[in-house]
Design a protein around this ligand. Structure first.
Ligand SMILES: [Cu+2]
Length: 85
C-alpha cells in the first residue's frame, strides 16, 4: 500500500492490484503509507486483516482456488484481485 501523489483524488492504492498466488500460499501486505488501511475481502474467500497501522505487515493465506476481490475498508476505491491457482 503506497501513497500516490500523482492521483490526489485517490491518494492511496494497493501497489499491486492483481496478485497471483498458489493454493495454500500467502500474500504479504506492508503498509508503506502514513495512515491505517485494511486488506479486506470484497465478497469473502479469505480472512480480513483488520486495521493495519503504518509500517505494519500482515500475511494472508489462501486455501481455495479462485479469484477473490480485495479492498481497503477505510478507502473503498483501493481495490484489487487475488488469483489463487
Ligand atoms: Cu486504506
Amino acid at each position: 500500500m503506497q501513497e500516490d501523489p500523482t492521483h490526489p483524488s485517490e491518494p492511496y492504492r494497493f501497489s499491486a492490484s492483481s496478485v497471483t498466488v498458489r493454493c495454500g500460499g500467502a500474500v504479504h501486505i506492508t503498509n508503506r503509507s502514513t495512515t491505517v488501511h485494511t486488506f479486506s475481502p470484497s465478497h469473502g474467500g479469505f480472512r480480513d486483516t483488520g486495521t493495519v497501522p503504518p509500517s505494519a505487515m500482515r500475511t494472508v493465506y489462501f486455501f481455495f482456488r479462485g479469484s477473490y476481490g480485495f479492498m481497503c475498508h477505510f478507502h473503498p476505491w483501493m481495490r484489487g484481485t487475488v488469483h489463487v491457482v
